[in-house]
Ligand binder design. Structure first.
Ligand code: HGY
Ligand code: MN
Ligand code: MN
Length: 397
């Protein structure tokens, strides 16, 4: 099979033009934004050019389908509010190239997917969560982004493009190429990572309600300042986790909104995102207990109310042994003794898809280990190597 590196890189750079941030190679292409929808329309055209039948489900997951049973490949083309050009996009465009190359070589049938809202404007990997049955459409539609728009409202923009549900039974498996998004391969100098497992995740909003008041006249000892509660919670959390977490466990408060967010007002309400990830589902549960107990304790001590939002999450998953072995053989052929087996600390659509069929994943290095930032990048030789490994694996099917 001949993987066309020029055609692949050309498509990848064209996809970057949708929502280009103007800062480095970054993109701003959140789910259902104008840039995201324009990118999906362009991708649909490239799928048709590749001889694939285009379908879009009600979530906006975009499929390019081969005839008959096929191997599904792809990832997502939505981005974080500030995202890199490769997170998700690489896997989608690589899948497109492998589908074309395999067809030209008379190889196995390959279908392509770009899932919607992998980056969780509304939750955690929302598009593939609904497609896989992990989340029902009605519950998904009620999820809100950080400014109060519901998914149900946001997905109205896809109206005319929807063709209907896409039956997973036609796919024999799913393979996703992605950038590593961490420092492991860049530090070791290895070109390819074959994924062993994907970590599990929990994500919920926490709200402290105190008392909004005047910032000049309210004595410090009488304040019920919601930001002070968040600050105390954050300062204490690491110590409470100490005997539970490992060096591989991560936790993040990435979004905080204060009400009414004004210099001269003691904030009465603080809403923040609490997210934690680990490869051990039991540890995720213990961390949740600690989080809830600490937030309750802080609210009580400060005369506040605490509310916990809907718990979103995915369990850790193991990659399929057979598909993984094919990727390992491909890695050894393309980058002899210059690849490794490794877990994924980032979440991926493959986690949801593993409910439906065997899945496997492949990584290429991220320069400086940077991702979810405009500065995200990968050497083009490494990007092409990743596509070649996919090509080799498909040839060996
Ligand atoms: O956050 C994640 O791991 C993924 O990029 N959505
Ligand atoms: Mn991604
Ligand atoms: Mn991402």
């Amino acid at each position: 099979m001949y993987v066309n590196a020029v055609r692949f890189l050309d498509d990848l750079h064209t996809l970057r033009s949708f929502g280009a941030s103007g800062v480095g190679k970054g993109v701003v292409r959140p789910a259902y934004s104008e840039a995201d929808m324009e990118a999906r329309v362009w991708l649909a055209g490239r799928m048709r050019d590749a001889g694939l039948r285009v379908e879009m489900d009600a979530m906006g997951n975009l499929f390019g389908l081969a005839e008959g049973p096929s191997l599904l490949m792809g990832s997502h083309s939505d981005s974080q509010p500030e995202g890199g050009w490769l997170d998700g996009a690489l896997g989608v465009v690589a899948a497109l190239e492998v589908a074309r190359a395999s067809r030209e070589a008379g190889g196995p049938a390959i279908s392509v997917v770009s899932f919607q809202d992998e980056e969780g404007r509304f939750g955690v990997t929302t598009g593939s969560a609904v497609w896989s049955g992990h989340l029902d459409q009605t519950s998904a539609d009620r999820l809100c982004d950080h400014v109060g728009v519901t998914l149900g409202e946001a997905r109205e923009v896809i109206g005319g493009l929807v063709t209907g549900p896409v039956d997973p039974a036609q796919f024999t498996g799913f393979v996703e190429l992605h950038i590593e998004q961490g420092p492991t391969l860049d530090t070791s100098g290895e070109q390819i990572g074959v994924v062993s497992d994907i970590v599990g995740i929990r994500d919920m909003k926490i709200t402290f309600d105190g008392q909004q008041n005047h910032a000049g006249t309210t004595p410090m000892h009488l304040r019920r300042d919601a930001f002070q509660a968040v600050s105390a919670f954050n300062a204490e959390l690491d110590a409470r986790f100490r005997n539970v977490v490992t060096p591989a466990t991560v936790w993040t408060i990435g979004h905080l909104s204060l009400h009414p967010n004004a210099s001269s007002i003691v904030p009465g309400r603080a809403v923040f995102s609490m997210q934690w990830r680990d490869g051990d589902g039991g540890r995720l549960v213990r961390m949740e207990e600690i989080i809830r107990a600490l937030a309750d304790e802080i609210a009580k001590a400060r005369g506040m109310r605490v509310q916990f939002g809907q718990m979103l999450g995915l369990e850790p998953v193991r990659m399929d042994a057979r598909l993984r072995a094919l990727l390992e053989q491909g890695a050894q052929a393309v980058a002899p003794d210059n690849w490794r087996l490794m877990p994924s600390g980032a979440l991926h659509d493959a986690t949801n898809v593993s409910r439906l069929m065997p899945v496997a994943m492949l990584f290429v290095p991220s320069i400086g280990g940077i991702s979810h930032a405009f500065a995200e990048d990968t050497d083009e030789a490494d990007l092409v190597a990743g596509v070649k490994v996919l090509g080799a694996a498909v040839s060996a099917l």
